[in-house]
Design a protein around this ligand. Structure first.
Ligand code: HEC
Ligand code: HEC
Length: 473
């Protein structure tokens, strides 16, 4: 390891332990050493400087940190240090955000994303969607003609002002400056139809966004302290967990049990499910945590940090939910409670989102008709995926053994079981695979699995027909 790297590491250690003065002193000495040896144009130099700059900010010396940030950014640009610039832009963005200079913060974070993208850092793959109906015709025409730079922060701000970024809400003051921003359920549970351009189109509410890389977005946060504090692990561990999620997935249980990985080393994250077709379904989530309204309350309070009340004694079980028990997440109280009054309307709205019908040509109708007979007969699918919702009428949970699958994700839920996934709108949720973690790449693989598991003895044609029937749902 190079000297600046060692210093950066030490600087981080002292910062995390709260000894900011020591962090700054060690960092400054190493930076001086670099300058003495003529190493002050290297990537490592700028990355260390970015760390020290952040420590000055933490010390409350924000004016010094901000002035220094401007100077360092110019130097790194002149030296052509890409990693250095990326690190500096991030930390400058963090400082600006803390200062309330959100326009600057956005500008810096945009530049950082651009650099990370060029460095092959996959973090820029976090695909947000744009609602074309919210964009005025003139702007839309300019986008089409290629006259709008979608990487320009001013464009992002304009789109946020139009409320056109699906699932992201900006709050602007009287003079049009952004003062805060937040996310909505639509970030994950809506997408667009790409009718205008990839990622830009009409809103499809309730459809899972299987392009969205939630882990990559969270890992862009310059400050991971809320996560490291909650989970009681270091930044590297948080980074590893987030990087493993990949597109279309999120781990809603990580902040309750701290289990980032399965025993086989794969991520513990699950696919983002659709939010449509849930009316008439008893338990929600892949493992049946509770009703839709129970889960809405959990997500609003524990995942999205809305300020409300939330209660669940099951989260006091410290052996199953060490993080939740330690942080008393089963007993959240806020005055005033801003969440509960919204739950009724949210529930009604959600249950009213119908499952979309597959487009013409998505399935072979004759084969699908034959497939239905298999589904309800020889395939035994109907014993769990009952018509018409595609899940059991009543208590809709089964044991992992019932579907010949491992118990990992089930064991992270108070139920210890899997919920029979309602089979509606299959075409709108086939990207990313099937089953809670996308382990089966396509429907043929799912059917193959059931044939093995239940010894169904389906012929090749029966399997193919069954797949067409599923595609028709
Ligand atoms: C960061 C992405 C993300 C956001 C934001 C999000 N969810 Fe989810 N949602 C998920 C994932 C992943 C699951 C699957 C969790 C599981 O089954 O363990 C899920 C599951 C659900 C389910 C259960 C669906 C089913 O098939 O039973 C409902 C209902 C739901 N979310 C509602 C909401 C609401 C309401 C909000 C906003 C308050 C919201 N979600 C915000 C990712 C998200
Ligand atoms: C014993 C109950 C049971 C039977 C029988 C059963 N399933 Fe399932 N099915 C489930 C459960 C539970 C899941 C959720 C598994 C998971 O997410 O890990 C599921 C998931 C699925 C999925 C994936 C849905 C998605 O969006 O991820 C498909 C497709 C499916 N089943 C089709 C079938 C077919 C076809 C049959 C008959 C050959 C069948 N199932 C028989 C319980 C059952």
């Amino acid at each position: 390891m190079s000297v600046p790297r060692v210093a950066m590491f030490l600087c981080h250690c002292h910062k995390s332990s709260g000894d900011l003065n020591r962090a700054v002193r060690i960092g400054e000495e190493a930076l001086q050493g670099c300058r003495d040896q003529g190493l002050d144009g290297s990537d490592d130099y700028f990355m260390l400087a970015a760390t020290v700059m952040e420590a000055y900010g933490d010390l409350g010396d924000e004016a010094h940190a901000a002035a220094w940030a401007r100077q360092l950014v110019t130097q790194a640009e002149a030296a052509g240090s890409r990693s250095g610039q990326a690190a500096l832009y991030w930390n400058a963005s963090l400082l600006a955000e803390r200062d309330g200079r959100l326009d600057d913060a956005l500008e810096y974070s945009h530049r950082a994303i651009a650099h990370l993208g060029e460095l092959g850092d996959s973090r820029d793959l976090a695909r947000l969607k744009v609602d074309s109906a919210a964009v005025p015709a003139q702007t839309a025409a300019a986008i089409k003609a290629g006259r709008v730079d979608l990487d320009d922060p001013a464009v992002t701000l304009a789109l946020l002002k139009l409320n056109a970024v699906v699932g992201v809400k900006g709050v602007f003051n009287g003079s049009g400056q952004i003062t805060s921003m937040g996310i909505t359920c639509a970030l994950c549970h809506s997408t667009v139809d790409d009718s205008f351009a990839p990622g830009i189109g009409r809103r499809l509410d309730g459809w899972p966004n299987r392009d969205l890389n939630v882990g990559a977005i969270i890992s862009l946060a310059p400050n991971k302290k809320p996560l490291t504090d909650l989970l009681g692990v270091d930044e590297a561990a948080v980074g590893q967990a987030l990087a493993a999620w990949g597109p279309g997935k999120f781990d809603a249980t990580l902040s309750l049990d701290g289990k980032a990985f399965r025993p086989d080393g794969k991520t513990g994250a699950t696919l983002i499910p659709p939010a449509f077709g849930l009316a008439g379904v008893d338990l929600a989530t892949y493992t049946g945590w509770g009703s839709v309204t129970y889960w809405n309350a959990l997500v609003a309070n524990l995942e999205m940090h809305g300020r409300g009340n939330f209660d669940d004694d099951r989260l006091d079980d410290a052996s199953q939910f060490p993080v939740a028990a330690r942080n008393r997440l089963g007993h959240v109280r806020n005055q005033p409670d801003l969440v509960t009054p919204k739950l009724a309307a949210l529930h009604v709205y959600q249950l009213a989102i119908p499952a979309p019908k597959p487009p013409r040509g998505y399935f072979d109708a004759a084969a699908a008709r034959r497939g239905r007979v298999i589904f309800e007969g020889k395939g035994q699918c109907q014993s769990c995926h009952m018509q018409p919702r595609g899940t059991q009428a009543g208590w809709n949970l089964v044991t992992p053994a019932d579907i010949c699958t491992d118990a990992f994700t089930a064991s992270r839920s108070p139920t210890g079981r899997y919920r029979t996934t309602p089979l509606v709108g299959i075409f709108a949720r086939s990207k990313g695979g099937f089953y809670h973690d996308g382990r089966y790449a396509n429907l043929a693989a799912v059917v193959e699995h059931y044939d093995d598991c239940r010894g169904l003895g389906l012929t090749a044609r029966e399997k193919a027909d069954l797949v067409q029937y599923l595609r028709a749902r």
